[in-house]
Design a protein around this ligand. Structure first.
Ligand SMILES: [Mg+2]
Length: 273
């Protein structure tokens, strides 16, 4: 896909994500829209994966550590073909549905790791990356974490392990949207110094615009070229990106659009589901 096609795909996935929250009458649209461009670029440009063989042992791995953002993950998996065709109603967060409010690896094709209990993704990704090196595999492990999530202490255990094992087959994205469930990151924890802290742990660090598809692609290529260190791409993102009334309004961390709001979101995201 070229840049414009990826941009259009990201908008489509946003639309599917909002639709699934609307129909499911529950979910986290703001965090999902924030990472739409990162997820799209990974699933439709960068990751070597086989939807027809989701357990393929040489596949690139993906962990959505901020698991509550899963509507965009489910949308990407569906569009990629993991569920054998179009999903009309995901029944998000419904009892018995494959599409729970947080990803479940044994329930949903294409999900490499259960997540949602915040903080675990970086440590688990480190384990997957160590296993890859130990087994002589050349797959990469991608993980998306949040700027709020980084307050979980276990994140820093994983970050430490990744550096000590020189896991250059691991690429982490930080969704730096400035918000977390309880308010602004600045109010909750103060200045987060994410870049400085990763650098102190001897990571390869980049900072980009998390909604610039070309910047995301280039950052992944640059990361892969740096050997001997794990990589983090800190992405400046807008929570709720793409739907005017959701952007930077933390009320949409978790919430369901009214009929009128849903209609406006569909219009702003380009029309037809
Ligand atoms: Mg955040």
């Amino acid at each position: 896909m070229n840049t414009e096609e990826l941009r259009q795909m990201a908008q489509h996935l946003r639309l599917v994500a909002v639709d699934m929250v609307y129909k499911g009458k529950d979910g986290h649209p703001g965090p999902a829209l924030s990472i739409a461009d990162i997820v799209t670029t990974l699933f439709f440009d960068k990751m070597d994966i086989r939807p027809e063989d989701p357990e393929w042992e040489d596949r690139d791995r993906f962990i959505l550590s901020k698991g509550h953002a899963c509507p965009i993950y489910y949308a990407a998996l569906a569009e990629k073909g993991y569920f054998g065709g179009r999903v009309e109603d995901f029944k998000l967060r419904s009892l018995g549905s494959r599409f729970q409010g947080h990803p479940v690896m044994n329930k949903t094709s294409g999900v490499d790791m259960t997540s949602g209990s915040l903080g675990n993704g970086l440590a688990i990704a480190s384990g997957m990356a160590i296993a890859g090196k130990y087994n002589g595999k050349d797959y990469n492990v991608y993980v998306i974490t949040g700027d709020g999530e980084l307050q979980e202490g276990v994140c820093w255990e994983g970050i430490n392990i990744a550096a000590s094992h020189k896991l250059d087959n691991m690429i982490a994205f930080v969704d730096r949207n400035g918000w977390q469930s309880g308010g602004s990151v600045e109010d909750v924890i103060g200045s987060n110094n994410i870049k400085d802290r990763f650098e102190a742990f001897q990571w390869d660090v980049q900072e980009i615009d998390g909604h610039d598809i070309d910047a995301i692609r280039e950052a992944v290529d640059k990361a892969k070229a740096v050997k001997g260190k794990p990589h983090v791409i800190i992405c400046d993102c807008v929570k709720g990106k793409g739907v005017s009334y959701m952007e930077n309004d933390n009320a949409w961390h978790k919430g369901v659009p009214t009929d009128e709001q849903y209609a406006l979101a569909v219009k702003e995201l380009g029309g037809v589901i």
